[in-house]
Each structure stands twice: as C-alpha cells, then as structure tokens.
Design a protein around this ligand. Structure first.
Ligand SMILES: O=P(O)(O)OC[C@@H](O)[C@@H](O)c1c[nH]c2ccccc12
Length: 266
C-alpha cells in the first residue's frame, strides 16, 4: 500500500479537479487577485525574534491521520483569539490553519473564521500540488502557504512559490531530510521549516531539526515544526539557536490554547 503522503496527494488531485469544475482557474485567480491586503507573515516572526522572544506559529487543527480527533471543542474563531491574546505578554506571532478536510478534518471556513477574529497573519496548512490551490489560498484570505518538498519536484516548488510571491504571500517550505533541504534552498523564500515528523511513517524526533541545523544558511529563518510538547523541548531548540516554532497538538489538547502557548514559551 502506498504511504499516507501519496494517498493525500492523490485525493488532492481529485479535489482540485472537482473544485475547478465549480469555479474555473481564471475565476479563482480573479478572486485571489482582488484581495489586495496581506498581513506580513515573515515580519511578524522577525519582530518576535528581534524582541528576544520565540516566534510561534500556533496551529488550529482538529484531527490528524496519526492521532485521530485531537480536540472535540473546536471553535476556530475562539481558538484564534486565544492564541492572539496569550497571557497578555506571550502570544502567537502567526496562525496556521489546517484546511484539508479528508485527513485533518479542516476547512477553508475555519481559516476564514480564525483570520476574521484576530489580526494575526495566517498560514494555509494544506498539501499544495497545483497553482489552483495557491489562488484558492489567497482567495480564502491566507497570508502564507506551505510547500512540502516531499510531495513536489523542483520545478513545481519554484512555480508555486512564484505565484504566491506574485500575490504578496509568504512561503514556508517544509523539509524532512537533507536532500529536501538542499532542494528547498534553491527557492527564494527565507522561511524554511524542518518537520520533525516524518509524514510517511509519523515518527517524530526533534533530532531531525538538530541534525540539519548546521546546513541551514544564516539568511534563512528556520522554523522547527511538530513534536514540541514541553518546555525542555523549547529550551533545547533555543539553545541551539532555533527561535521559530510551529506547534499544534500541545495547544489543541489544552482547555485554553493561548494560555498553554504562554506557559510553553514563558
Ligand atoms: O501537532 P504538532 O506535533 O505540534 O505539529 C504541528 C505541525 O508541525 C504539523 O501539524 C504539521 C507540520 N507539517 C505538516 C504538513 C501537513 C500537515 C500537518 C503538518
């Protein structure tokens, strides 16, 4: 049986074909390009780091293929507000909202609701394989897209990046091994995510970030992704010089996600 990443990508291609029948590419592109204002995703991360704080991309995720339902009481607008508020002093820099329905129980509506309820820049967390999805991301209000190197070739990555940047969106490119890292470094975007979770096996180890750290040039902003659960994880990363984090589960399991964020990054 093929692995989960391949399965997800196969479903994406079907979803895109169906979506294009409802709204053709040109119409989606028009909607995307009619939205002029993006929130500065990269700037929000840099501002936190410049202030000596961790830059946290706080995720809104109901479920995942590896964990099933993570949070029952799931109201994206409330969660977004909680993240934006933190404990007053420590709060999120940006949001990440899962929009994949089939595997993560996400939706475009969740992204819209989350973004409308606060002023944080928002990443559309999905599996991008086609320009259509980049226009769709902007049309739904996203300020940043994720490109997963593991499901894209070099030409696709460059193409999707160019479309996003053409609409003033930020691009977070995600890698899991050295080969992907070196491919990702050919892109223009400074935002480089190292996913500690292997999307094919679901194994998680923070060692993934630590092992590749020395190969990330200074002009990139490294974001460590997944598996950050405790304060010792944060400390390990910050001591290693990693100051940007993408965290989901640890917050989603807490009654008040923004307070959990403030505690984890206090
Ligand atoms: O819930 P965690 O372990 O804190 O992880 C968050 C985020 O990194 C994870 O959801 C993620 C990282 N890359 C992805 C790609 C697709 C879907 C999900 C992800």
């Amino acid at each position: 049986m093929s692995d989960i990443l391949n399965q997800i990508v196969a479903v994406k291609r079907e979803e895109i074909a169906a979506a294009r029948k409802k709204k053709p590419l040109e119409a989606m592109r028009f909607d995307a390009e009619s939205r002029v204002l993006t929130r500065d995703f990269e700037g929000a991360l840099r501002a936190k780091i410049a202030a000596g704080q961790a830059a946290v991309i706080a995720e809104i995720k109901k479920a995942s293929p590896s964990k099933g339902v993570i949070r029952e009481d799931f109201i994206p607008a409330d969660i977004a507000q909680s993240y934006a508020e933190g404990n007053g002093q420590v709060r999120a820099a940006c949001l990440s909202v899962l929009t994949d329905r089939q595997f993560f129980q996400g939706s475009a509506d969740y992204l819209k609701q989350a973004r409308a309820s606060c002023d944080l820049p928002v990443l559309r967390k999905d599996f991008m394989v086609d320009p259509y999805q980049v226009y769709e991301a902007r049309a739904m209000g996203a300020d940043c897209i994720l490109l997963i190197a593991g499901c894209l070739d070099d030409a696709q990555m460059a193409d999707l990046e160019a479309i996003a940047m053409g609409m003033n969106m930020a691009v977070l490119v995600e890698v899991h091994d050295r080969d992907e890292l070196h491919r990702a470094l050919r892109l223009k975007t400074p935002l480089l995510g190292i996913n500690n979770r292997n999307l094919r096996t679901f194994d998680v180890t923070l060692q993934t970030t630590l092992d590749m750290l020395s190969e990330v040039p200074d002009d990139r902003m490294l974001v460590t992704e997944s598996g950050i659960l405790g304060r010792e994880d944060v400390q390990t990363m910050r001591e290693a010089g990693v100051h940007a984090f993408l965290v989901g589960e640890a917050f989603m399991r807490a009654p008040e996600p923004g307070l959990a964020l403030a505690e984890l990054f206090a």
